[in-house]
Design a protein around this ligand. Sequence first.
Ligand code: NAP
Length: 385
Amino acid sequence: MAFTARWGILATGWIAEKFTIDLLIDPATRGTADVAHVVAAVASSSGEAQARSFATKVKAPHDTVCYGGYEDLVKDKNVDIVYIASPHSHHFAHALLALNAGKHVVCEKPITVNARQAEILYKTAKKNNLFFLDAVWTRYFPLSVQIRQIITSGEVGEILRVTADTSMGEEMDDLWKRQKRRKVNLDLAGGALLEIGIYSITWIFQTLYHTLPASKRQPPNKIMSHMVKYPETGVDEDTTFIVSFPTSSPSGSSGRGSHGVGMTAFPLATDPDQRGTAGPSVRIQGTKGEIQVLGMPFQPDRYKVVPLRDGDATMSVREVLCPFPAGGHGMYYEADEAARCVREGKLESETMPWDESLLIMKVMDDIREQGGLKYPDAIESTDLH
Ligand SMILES: NC(=O)c1ccc[n+]([C@@H]2O[C@H](COP(=O)([O-])OP(=O)(O)OC[C@H]3O[C@@H](n4cnc5c(N)ncnc54)[C@H](OP(=O)(O)O)[C@@H]3O)[C@@H](O)[C@H]2O)c1
């Protein structure tokens, strides 16, 4: 019989809606039979009516409990896992609230504002014997799993370089002056790096670092970056970085090392005409060929394996489509992973181990420091009072 995870949804904004709709999709539509999900409760800091309106909008079952505050949600005995969907400026406080109430946690990306906060969350999860997942959803897609397998199989040779561009093509003044969007608000830890650049880093890490056996993984030995700020709020609007590793995948030991070039921007676009004419958003380049990821780096739906031309006339490009079943967003894959880990009593997922998640936060700290991007003390702090 399938294990059923009972979820509590903390916050009712844009991504909470997408995630909850995905949770409510029948797992059988994606071939999942061993785990299932129920939305046990929803909480909004804007009041119970907002929680109720959210539950109605996502078509949650009528018995879903709606709370007008997060404190009530984390106390609910019918909730196993709390999904944190507040702005990342507040993940530290809200994740701690859930962990201290004895709940497993799936926390939206980036898990915190900085590595110091993330470290405290992981220590607290360990101390309280609770599962904690850094919800970078792309990692759990079958597409990502397949690409990691292609790398470890050696089919494209030694991976020496990865490029990844996550740029949205949005007008900064429109985002801020007209829409007052969270993602360009300094007080809510806005900026391209933390909001979307994390996906470029995700691709660099899941290809150059995660594909190595755990014993051979080594942290980056050099990080260089360039950051352009939006003068109206001080957040980064355009950031490029090079992350170098002493190792290369899949063997780790050729001595050549490898590097990832990550790009992220609000005003520039990965896919300017939204028809894919700019080519792949991620290129994973090896000595025998490359893997090209098509679609935005956070939600790609196909990839190509392109062998290096070496005079072989039979060489052919392989294109693999990875559509999202049942019209879903693709967030159900991370939910399934969380449910399986909780069922098995695991504290962390092998797809996104705590030490790797922490390392990624350290890389982002480093890039922010180089660019002089500091958030207000109230949200950089590890002291909640
Ligand atoms: N995985 C993805 O693809 C993806 C996509 C977008 C965003 N995200 C991440 O998910 C998080 C939420 O993003 P979002 O786009 O859903 O944001 P959003 O639409 O602004 O929603 C955030 C929600 O958090 C709650 N909240 C609590 N304290 C708040 C505060 N001080 N200011 C504003 N809202 C506050 C509010 O819900 P209540 O009023 O109900 O409490 C609000 O609706 C961010 O960390 C973001 O990086 C992930």
